[in-house]
Structures are given as structure tokens and as C-alpha cells.
Write a protein of this length. Structure first.
Length: 277
């Protein structure tokens, strides 16, 4: 098989929320690399919270912060921070509409205190790996800092929660020109709606393009695995888009292939079926 460039989302794809990769999945990644393929993380997480147990599996690079930070072979290819003026504009609009925010920066993660309280009571849709991960972070006691400690030096990404969809829709009239909204699946009886805003032109798909350019590779030789709507651009840009069995229905519809669930080591079995490892 010709060399492939494989991009793996983390939460809901590589691992179940806040867990270490299974030995099967780690074996698949290492086997693919041993066969000459390149394997990259492509995640909404910022670098400080990717986790040692994930990085120790061994990867050729990473697209982090949903495309805001890109590395290959230990070299930083791209690093884009939203100007503080833009961050404050977004926070003001979200807060004006009764929404709570999570700011992800090179230094760490900062949230409105009301967001944590809402997350603790939210009923997560099984396909909403982003909400489940944030809930697991709280349970695990991961250091998420209050907004009052935010250093105001810009941010990679802003996530949001709301008690209703109407508020989210109203903010789009102010921000839709600058950002793509990724609103994640919500339970039928949901009282918590969550998502993130991704700067237009900076996303996982663009990060994948940068890495291919670095290696002189073609996008047709890429394979992307994901489960949520912040994987949308990556899935559309890839030569082969693979949605997890636990992915949201919208992503499954745009994928070329649907593999097994994350909790059934879907990545491992997909790698075997494709003869990558």
C-alpha cells in the first residue's frame, strides 16, 4: 500500500472520554507507523490537556485546538491565537445572550463558574463526546481555572454552553461572518446545549493540508477519523473520511466509511480492514 497520512480525533474516536488509549488502538497506531504510514492526532483539545498517556503511543505530529496549532516531526508549522480584542467581543456577545464560555489558551483553560454548574447537571447525548469529556474533566479534578484568572493574552478557541438553542442562534448574526459554529448533539430532553466557534479558515482540515504540504503529500492520500462536528472540515478534505459508529448522524452522512464504536476499538479494526497495520 502507498504511504497514507492518517489523522485521528481523540475524544470519541481514539479514546472514550478522558480514558487512556486501549492497547489494541495503541498497537494499531504503532503498527501503521512501522508499515511506513504517518499518523497524526487531530483534536479540539489544546496541547496542555492532550495527555501524556496519549502522546506516549507515538505520533508523527498533531493538529491541536481544532486547527489553531499544528506540529509535524516536532516542528511547529502553525500557531494562531485569537487577538484579545476578538476574544472579548465574543465573550461579550455570548454573555449578553445568557451563555457561558470556556476559553482555551496556551496557558490553560478558563471557564465561567456557571458553566461548570450547568455541565454537572447536564444529560449528555451519547454521541456528544465533547460534553462528556468536559464532564469527565470535572469529575477527574483536572485544573480548569475560573475566568477571573484568565491572563487576557488571546486564545486558541472559545467553547460555549447554553440552556436553549435560541440564544445560540441569536449570536450568529454577530459572529457567523468570522466563525464557523460547531453545535454538538444534544439529548431529546436536553437542558444544556454546547458547541464551539472555529475561526473561518482555521480548522482541522486546514491543519491537515499544512501537514501534507510539509511532507509534499497529496490530500488524496489522507485518511481522517472523527466523531463530532468539529471534524467536519477534516472529513471533507480527506481522501477517505471515516466516521466512528458512535459519531453524530450528521458526520456519518458526510463520511465515506463508518467503522465501529470507540468503546469497541473501532480504530483498531478499521486499521486492520484497511491493511494499514
Amino acid at each position: 500500500m502507498d504511504r497514507k497520512f492518517i489523522f485521528l480525533d481523540i475524544d470519541g474516536t481514539l479514546v472514550c472520554a478522558m480514558q487512556a488509549p486501549s492497547e489494541y488502538v495503541a498497537q494499531a497506531v504503532r503498527g501503521a507507523r512501522a508499515n511506513g504510514h504517518k499518523v497524526f492526532l487531530s483534536t479540539g483539545r489544546n496541547m496542555p490537556i492532550i495527555g501524556k498517556e496519549i502522546l506516549e503511543v507515538g505520533f508523527d505530529g498533531v493538529v491541536a485546538s481544532a486547527g489553531g496549532h499544528v506540529e509535524a516531526d516536532g516542528k511547529v508549522l502553525f500557531d494562531s491565537i485569537l487577538p484579545e480584542e476578538t476574544v472579548q467581543e465574543c465573550l461579550h456577545i455570548f454573555h449578553e445572550h445568557g451563555m457561558y464560555c470556556r476559553i482555551e489558551t496556551p496557558e490553560g483553560i478558563y471557564t465561567d463558574p456557571q458553566m461548570e454548574a450547568l455541565l454537572q447537571t447536564a444529560k449528555a447525548d451519547p454521541a456528544n463526546s465533547e460534553l462528556i469529556r468536559m464532564q469527565k474533566e470535572i469529575e477527574a479534578g483536572i485544573a480548569i481555572l475560573p475566568y477571573e484568572q484568565y491572563p487576557c493574552k488571546g486564545a486558541y478557541k472559545i467553547c460555549f454552553t447554553s440552556r436553549n438553542l435560541e440564544s445560540i442562534e441569536k449570536t450568529k448574526q454577530y459572529l457567523d461572518g468570522k466563525f464557523v459554529y460547531a453545535v454538538h448533539p444534544y439529548a431529546d430532553s436536553g437542558t444544556c446545549f454546547n458547541g464551539e466557534i472555529i475561526p473561518r479558515g482555521i480548522d482541522k482540515g486546514r491543519g491537515m493540508e499544512m501537514i501534507c504540504s510539509y511532507y509534499g503529500a497529496a490530500l488524496q492520500d489522507t485518511i481522517a477519523f472523527g466523531d463530532s462536528m468539529n471534524d467536519c472540515e477534516m472529513m471533507q478534505a480527506a481522501g477517505l473520511g471515516v466516521a466512528m459508529g458512535n459519531a453524530c448522524e450528521e458526520l456519518k452522512r458526510m463520511a465515506d466509511v463508518v467503522c465501529g464504536n470507540v468503546w469497541d476499538d473501532g480504530v483498531y479494526y478499521a486499521f486492520r480492514k484497511m491493511k494499514l497495520a
